[in-house]
Each structure stands twice: as C-alpha cells, then as structure tokens.
Design a protein around this ligand. Structure first.
Ligand code: ATP
Length: 243
C-alpha cells in the first residue's frame, strides 16, 4: 500500500496547537428549538482524535450520535464550541470555506453506500478527486490502488448494481478516503450487511485506518466491533463518556 497514504492535494493551513490531531471538539453544544422548549442534545463535548486512531461511538438510539457526527463532519453547526479538523478551526469559516474543508479533509461512510449507479467502481472513487482538482490519470491511478488494497482489483469496471453489498460498501470506503482525509466519519458502516460480510468490511476498515494516518470516528451498535477499536465513547445526557 505504498501510495495509499500520500497526500495528493494541499490542505488549508493548520494551527500549531493541534495540527497533529485529526479532530478536536471543545465545549461543543447543540440544542434544537421546538416551539417554546429547547432540546439540548450535546452539552459541552470535549474530544480529541489522533491520526491513525479508530474510535467507536456507541449508545442508545436518540443519544445524539448522528448529531455529533454531523457537527464533526461540518454538515451542521454547533450552537457553541470549537470544531477543528487537522488543526483548522471551522467556526471562523463561511459556508464555502466549510465545504472546501469538508471536501479536502473529511471522508464519510454511511449505512447505505450512496454510490452513483451509472458509474463504475473506479469512476465513483475518481469523482471526488476530480472535484478536488486532480488530473484524470492521477485520480484513476489512486482509485485503482485503493480498490486493489480493498480487494476489488477485478471489480473496478463494475457498476454498483453489479457488486455485492460488501463490495459496494468497500467501494464507498475507497471513495471516502480517496482525497486522503484527516478524518473518516462513519455512521453504522456495516449496519446493512450480513454478519460475515460486516466482519470482512470491518476488518478492512480497521486495516485501512491503522495503515494510514487518518483518524476515524465510527458510530456503531455492534459492540463486538467497538471493542476491537482503539477507544470507545458514548453520550449520556448530552455528555461524552469514555468507556
Ligand atoms: N433537526 C432536528 N430537530 C429537532 N430535533 C432533532 C433534530 N435532529 C435530531 N434531533 C433530536 O436529537 C436527538 C438526538 O438525535 P440523533 O439522531 O443524533 O441520535 P442518534 O444517537 O444518532 O440515534 P440513532 O442511533 O437512532 O441514529 C433525538 O432526540 C432527536 O429526535
């Protein structure tokens, strides 16, 4: 996996304080206003994710896991607090800046693969790289390397409809890390797979994170998988608890 970890794009400048961290959350709160009442989902979250570290985010339905992932992924703004990706403070950025930071520094994997059905596996992995400004040759080379690393060398020309569920999810993982992000966020990445396939996809995810410098925060209901990650955290009454 020679080139898996070699950055191909320049990121924005980082602050020295935590340039080494994939993600830093400081005093993050999030409340939703509902008529006269306010629902406080996150109440002052402090969290650091180091490069090469994979952390399991577990907890009951409604605890705020997706809210936390959306905030870490710059898809949603916190009510208060600081979110730093690879040392870059997101609070000071406008919407365009947040989108640029998200595209360059963050990869997402969801329960459902969300691959573009009319494109091949290779093209799906090339697309975010082309958007980031890489040449077609560079993007194709990296897509094929990644797909090969994920055991899909002989599937690069298949469309999503011609792939199994586990293969589709591995393509989605390749797409998520195609731009060499600092941070990988996943919401139940194996939730839609049978136990055997889920195990295989999880093993590959673990190998990928530990073999590269990216930090990963993975929301999962699978306690067995969470136990194989480096750390586990949960949310209780809006507070983050290390398990
Ligand atoms: N846009 C919104 N407006 C109002 N309330 C919201 C909104 N988004 C989430 N909530 C509420 O915030 C709480 C946390 O939701 P969230 O989706 O983060 O939970 P979760 O831990 O991811 O749950 P699950 O495991 O079921 O996906 C829930 O009570 C939910 O109803």
């Amino acid at each position: 996996m020679n080139d898996i970890n070699s950055p191909t794009t320049d990121g924005p400048a980082t602050t020295e304080a935590d340039a080494g961290n994939a993600l830093v959350l400081e005093g993050v709160t999030r409340s939703y206003e509902q008529g006269e009442t306010s629902l406080e989902v996150l109440r002052g979250i402090d969290f650091e994710l180091r490069p090469g570290e994979i952390v399991g985010l577990i907890g009951p339905s409604g605890a705020g896991k997706s809210t936390l992932l959306h905030i870490a992924g710059l898809l949603e703004k916190p009510s208060a607090g600081s979110v730093r990706i690879g040392g870059m403070e997101a609070a000071q950025l406008d919407d365009a800046g947040r989108t640029a930071l998200r595209r360059r520094r963050i990869g997402f994997v969801y329960q459902f693969h969300h691959l573009l059905p009319e494109f091949t596996a290779r093209e799906n992995v090339m697309l975010p790289q082309l958007i980031a400004g890489l040449s077609e040759d560079e993007a194709r080379k990296r897509a094929d390397e990644l797909l090969g690393f994920l055991g899909l060398a002989d599937r690069v020309l298949h469309r999503p409809g011609e792939l199994s569920g586990g293969e589709q999810q591995r393509v989605a993982i390749a797409r998520a890390v195609a731009n060499v992000p600092d941070l990988l966020l996943a919401d139940e990445p194996t939730g839609n797979l049978d136990p055997h396939t889920a195990e295989h996809v999880f093993d590959i995810l673990l190998k990928l994170v530990h073999g590269t410098g990216l930090g990963a925060l993975i929301a999962t209901h699978n306690i067995e998988f969470a136990e194989r990650m480096d750390r586990r955290i949960t949310l209780r009454d809006g507070h983050l608890v290390e398990l």
